[in-house]
Design a protein around this ligand. Structure first.
Ligand code: GDP
Length: 378
């Protein structure tokens, strides 16, 4: 049997999803680059991406649209895999998720475990994640720590999906840059005969907002587009700085003994001030990507140093990229005596406060970036 494209008067269609093809609008359904029209069979860019899955649904919806999509899950009987980034946990948790997805159970996949330092107490991490998930109101049936990069924890994740799925479709939700595409890739390989499916049959339910990936048993893995939160540093920087912010390798904690009135610049991305503390020296540990150089100075000199050397001595980002970011705002925190705290800057990392003596610290970061104190992760 031949499948030759009989292009009479009718418009060519995608042999994956059947949508009419067009070459003009990259974000509208059915888009195919002009030169790909010569391929046999021709599939739209979206199906191409799913087939060669290394790119998540590429259209990022706005908040309202995203919440509408989540609300649709609430009307279904579904298992929801919520994938979050361990390096940016608070930044990548979808707040209020459970409200939108109703009583559907959540399997929390905590990705990028490879970024934590070699010596890590995993029991502590697990308990920490459990508490954070509870605080975020998630009804988790299971929590799996994994690394998409290293393919760590996937067996456990697949096993958990198998255990909790029953006869439900699986919806995968997450913020952008959490590693969702890598995870789905793996799920497809283990659960679906997709490559064959795609060329021989129609690819059902491919829409701009959710991508249905058929499983062998007739159910679906449904990929939802990644939500973009502008409160995460990774979402507002120039793409060239994204590579700097996202750590590639395990974090190397950098310990600083500071006196009152000293400041650390995290490149030109943010500034951490030690304002006041009981006792004299306090020790602080910075957990940021190795591409972010740390510069220590006196608090009284910090404003001037930034004014004169941002984008040069204090970089990245470059001067040009810095100017594209919102101006800094100051967040002051009083750290209680006896607490174990991180001062967390979403997408950039965190500073662990080692002393339990109590202190006052401040962070300067672009307006809108989420800065908060949390129980220390490590
Ligand atoms: P998506 O936007 O959620 O689909 O995420 P991607 O799969 O495109 O990944 C976003 C970024 O995170 C890329 O730079 C990946 O290389 C990186 N990434 C994904 N998974 C991991 C992981 O397990 N560990 C580390 N260190 N980086 C990861």
């Amino acid at each position: 049997m031949t499948t030759s494209t009989r292009e009479t008067a009718s418009q060519p269609r995608c042999s994956g999803c059947g949508i009419p093809l067009q070459t003009t609008d990259t974000v509208k359904p059915g888009y195919v680059p002009e030169k790909a029209l010569q391929n046999e069979p021709v599939i739209c860019q979206r199906c191409f991406r799913i087939k060669n899955y290394n790119e998540s649904s590429s259209v990022t919806p706005d908040q309202d649209e995203f919440l509408r999509l989540l609300g649709q899950i609430g009307t279904k009987n579904a298992l929801v895999i919520h994938i979050v980034d361990l390096f940016d946990f608070q930044g990548s948790v979808i707040s209020g998720l459970q409200r939108f997805i109703g009583n559907n159970p959540v399997l929390l996949a905590v990705n990028k475990t490879d970024l934590l330092p070699k010596v890590t107490n995993w029991n502590k991490i697990r308990n920490w994640v459990q508490k954070q998930a509870k605080d975020a109101g998630l009804k988790t049936v299971d929590i799996v720590l994994c690394s998409a990069k290293r393919s760590d924890g996937f067996d456990r994740l697949l096993e958990a999906v198998g255990r909790h799925r029953g006869d439900r479709d699986v919806y995968v939700v997450g913020a952008t840059n959490v590693g969702k595409s890598t995870l789905i890739n793996r799920l497809i390989r283990d659960y679906s005969d997709l490559e064959q499916e795609l060329t021989t049959s129609r690819y059902p339910g491919t829409t701009l907002d959710m991508v249905n990936i058929p499983l062998d048993d007739g159910k679906f893995i449904v990929d939802t587009p990644g939500i973009m939160y502008p409160s995460r540093y990774t979402e507002i920087v120039d793409t060239r700085d994204l590579g700097v912010l996202l750590p590639e390798k395990a974090l190397k904690p950098a310990v600083y003994q500071l006196n009152e009135g000293q400041t650390l610049f995290l490149g030109g991305f943010a500034r951490f001030d030690f304002i006041q503390g009981t006792g004299h020296h306090h020790s602080f540990t910075c957990f940021v990507s190795s591409g972010v150089p740390i510069h220590r100075t006196k608090l009284e000199r910090a404003d001037e140093l930034f004014a004169n050397h941002a984008g040069e001595l204090l970089s990245p980002p470059s001067k040009e990229n810095l100017e594209k970011l919102p101006a800094w705002t100051r967040h002051e925190f009083r750290i209680a005596k006896g607490s174990q705290s991180d001062v967390f800057i979403s997408g950039l990392g965190w500073v662990k406060i080692n002393s339990d003596q109590g202190s006052v610290v401040a962070v300067h970061a672009p307006k809108g970036i989420r800065v908060m104190v949390r129980d220390s992760l490590i």
